[in-house]
Design a protein around this ligand. Structure first.
Ligand code: PLP
Length: 439
């Protein structure tokens, strides 16, 4: 073929026996795409080569899927790897409600329409000892809903040190603006004092926002005002205090992590309203969990936006199971907490088991892992890794192709056993032993 007119008809390509097993819609999409790309690149393949290109594209398409991965990065809350994972048993418990009709918004006592939040509301109130609660799609939605419901057309105070970007384009100043709220920024990027807040209050001020810095820390000559002090100030000045906590924790966290990071239950006593993500340290489904004073949560419930930001039933039903686990103090059912609380001796034992079973040589080394997910950026956890000698980047790629996500440390490829679960060890061993070379 040597000119644009000579491309075969799409139908001729689709009728080729080599494509006969693919559904028409899918193969038509790729046949058109391949022909279009060839024309654009001024390539003129034979019909045979075109069919090959289309089959390759179809193969790649059918390989594209959500795959189970082994997280050997050591980062337990890894946003790119799906943040928190579901506990199998809890997930099984959701199956019945998910695969049948359920009382999602139906009151079984009177046969009338019920509230979506009814099955989880009391669990939240008991767990966090708060007046009222609400759940939305994610914490970004929670921040938006809180600001829009409580401060629309008014002014909110925020320290310049907390006008942060969380990732995925979530920037506090932009969110404030998008919620229809005026930002009154105060203090400096490294130091903000209580008197800065006091001095900044105007007639228009309705809310004091504190944002957890989440994914970075300030060290050295710096100062911020605690939510406790902001809560007191807000009360004195008849303003609302709101804490965007980002990644809150509850129950049990290794003590070097919980140091200076109070649990949610304590923080909610210090402010009027707070919100956090369901799938960061809390270790459940994607959700934005909002806790606070009844009169404020009522305003959120009345906001039209709630309908647009509402949590879907899959996440809600799973969250309900996590809340049950929390109330039973059954923290093993929260995989994120289970991994973060895993003791060093057990991590070493996991690493040794794999080291012994591997046909490749590795070195057992102590190391440190990060928590991840914009949680506790300055804190690390002790861990053990297996380190492999050789071209680390090539090895990382080879592991990745087999579904093992590893990290490079001191130019060595390492598998960090902080984030590898006991039940994955046998799979990990067989995947690696099936490889001919590591690099
Ligand atoms: C992560 C985070 C958010 C966004 O939460 P999502 O659940 O990812 O939507 C908002 N604010 C802070 C402080 C965060 O850490």
């Amino acid at each position: 073929m040597n000119n644009l007119q000579n491309f075969p008809q799409i139908q001729t390509l689709l009728d080729d026996t080599r494509l006969q097993n693919y559904p028409h819609l899918v193969k038509a999409y790729f046949a058109k795409k391949v022909v279009k790309d060839c024309k654009k690149n001024k390539e003129f393949p034979t019909k045979h080569d075109l069919i090959l290109k289309i089959s390759n594209a179809l193969n790649a398409f059918y390989k594209k899927n959500f795959k189970p991965l082994i997280n050997a990065t050591g980062v337990v809350i890894h946003t790119n790897l799906g943040r928190s994972i579901f506990d199998k048993e809890s997930f099984k418990a959701c199956e019945k409600a998910l695969c049948s009709y359920t009382n999602l918004e139906f009151d079984l006592n009177n046969g009338k329409r019920g509230s979506r939040y009814d099955n989880v509301l009391e669990k939240l109130k008991i767990l966090f000892e708060c007046e009222d609660a609400l759940i939305v799609n994610n914490n970004a939605a929670a921040v938006f809903l809180v600001l829009n419901s409580l401060a629309y057309g008014k002014e909110v105070l925020s320290s310049r040190g907390e006008l942060v970007e969380i990732g995925g384009n979530f920037r506090i100043p932009e969110v404030i603006k998008a919620a229809g709220v005026k930002l009154n920024e105060l203090g400096t990027s490294n130091k903000t004092h209580l008197k800065d807040y006091e001095n900044a209050i105007t007639k228009e001020t309705t809310l004091i926002l504190k944002t957890h810095k989440s994914n970075f820390t300030l060290k050295g000559f710096c100062e911020e005002v605690s939510i406790k002090d902001l809560g007191i100030l807000a009360k004195k000045k008849r303003l609302i205090s709101y804490y965007d906590l980002g990644s809150g924790w509850c129950g049990k966290l290794p003590c070097n992590l919980s140091l200076n990071e109070p649990e949610i239950k304590k923080l909610i006593k210090q402010c009027d309203i707070l919100s956090f993500s369901g799938d960061k340290l809390f270790g459940s489904a994607q959700a934005g969990i909002i806790l606070g004073k009844k009169r404020l949560i009522e305003k959120l419930r009345k906001n039209q936006l709630l309908r647009m930001l509402r949590i879907d039933k899959l996440s809600l039903i799973f969250l309900n199971e996590s809340l049950k686990a929390y109330l039973q103090k059954d923290y093993d059912k929260i995989p994120t907490l289970k991994l973060l609380n895993d003791d060093l001796a057990h991590i070493k034992q996991k690493a040794l088991k794999v080291q012994k079973a591997l046909k490749f040589k590795s070195l057992l080394k102590p190391s440190k892992s990060l928590v991840g997910g914009g949680s506790l950026p300055d804190k690390t956890l002790e861990s053990f890794v297996l380190a492999f000698e050789g071209n680390a980047l090539k090895m990382q790629e080879n592991f990745r192709k087999k579904g093992i996500i590893a990290r490079v440390e001191n130019k060595n490829l390492v598998l960090d056993f902080r984030s590898i679960r006991e039940e994955e060890l046998d799979t990990l061993i067989s995947i690696i032993n099936e490889m001919e070379n590591l690099c």
